[in-house]
Design a protein around this ligand. Structure first.
Ligand SMILES: [Zn+2]
Length: 300
């Protein structure tokens, strides 16, 4: 049985028969395809990896941009994060109790602390003991059970490019729903399959990000998933984001050159800059078809 991970429909077709990782060249031990749901259009890996397999996908240098060979990119990213943090605090307020689910190195929480937020928790799987206290004013945890046992609830749970990495999708989303305060929301930012660049780039589409991305949603797939998780979509907005275009172009370049360079090419910063007008146009012309969507989910 090959049920769609988004809407659970049993009808799907092969979208990509032999997906490739152009970033770190990780290969799954089992032959894998990316399937597209015939009902909701979402994409998902088949066979579906379990948690242990998926955690092992990530190499030590996975998307570590604090490197001297990509100075433009790390500078752009930190500027974008600071601006995003300022906007975020204006939206949710300084007093919001906040969980950043899938916080990575916790840098976004650090920017929120600098903007005056005080109740900040970050979750990251496989958190090393040494990483727990790297940012002042931020509590870091490695399991949701720690939060449940402490009776914690949150006004805002942020999932920034995280939901598409999950392997235990339903139990994670249902677990997060139980951590919401009465008026709390889960803010999910994730790539959108219902976008022109998926059809344009196909197997080179940057957001495929195989094998790290297990499931990629259409709005219809997110609607079906939310219902199953006991959540309601309160709003859908979009974020112009040039990285999907830039990663697609980078994949095309790497594929045509047969490049085995790990991570980003040196020209990636330039590709991002070149993609900026395209991503803004795409988001402005047909917002629901933007490459990246922001869903506000509540417990309804
Ligand atoms: Zn589906």
């Amino acid at each position: 049985m090959t049920a769609c991970q988004a809407c659970r429909s049993d009808f799907s077709t092969t979208a990509i028969a032999a997906p490739k990782d152009f970033e770190y060249f990780v290969e799954r031990a089992v032959p894998t395809e990316v399937r597209q749901c015939s009902t909701c259009g979402s994409l998902f890996q088949h066979p579906w990896p379990d948690k242990a397999e998926a955690l092992a996908f990530y190499p030590a240098d996975y998307q570590n941009y604090e490197r001297p060979d990509v100075p433009l990119l790390s500078k752009l990213l930190s500027m974008a994060q600071r601006r995003a943090a300022q906007t975020f605090v204006r939206q949710v307020g300084q007093d919001a109790r906040m969980l950043d689910f899938g916080c990575g190195d916790g840098s976004f929480l650090g920017y929120l602390a600098a903007e005056g937020m005080t109740d900040l928790v970050g979750y990251e799987p496989n958190l090393r003991e040494t990483e727990r206290e790297t940012r002042p004013k931020v509590t870091r945890v490695g399991s949701l059970r720690e939060l449940r046992d402490a009776g914690r609830t949150f006004d805002v749970i942020r999932m920034h490019h995280v939901i598409e990495h999950l392997t235990e999708l339903d139990s994670t989303m249902q677990g997060l729903r139980h951590l919401l305060s009465p008026n709390g929301v889960i803010l999910v930012q994730t790539p959108n399959v219902a976008t022109a660049t998926w059809r344009l780039f196909g197997q080179n589409w940057g957001p495929l990000h195989y094998p790290y991305h297990t499931v990629l949603f259409t709005p219809q797939g997110m609607e079906a998933g939310s219902q199953r998780w006991g959540l309601k979509i309160e709003a859908t907005t979009n974020t112009p984001m040039p990285t999907g275009w830039a990663m697609s172009l980078e994949n095309l370049i790497k594929r045509s050159l047969g490049s085995r360079r790990r991570g980003r090419l040196r020209v990636y910063g330039l590709l991002v800059a070149a993609a900026l007008p395209m991503s803004y146009a795409e988001a402005a012309i047909r917002p629901s078809k933007a490459a990246v969507l922001d869903y506000t989910l509540s417990a309804g």
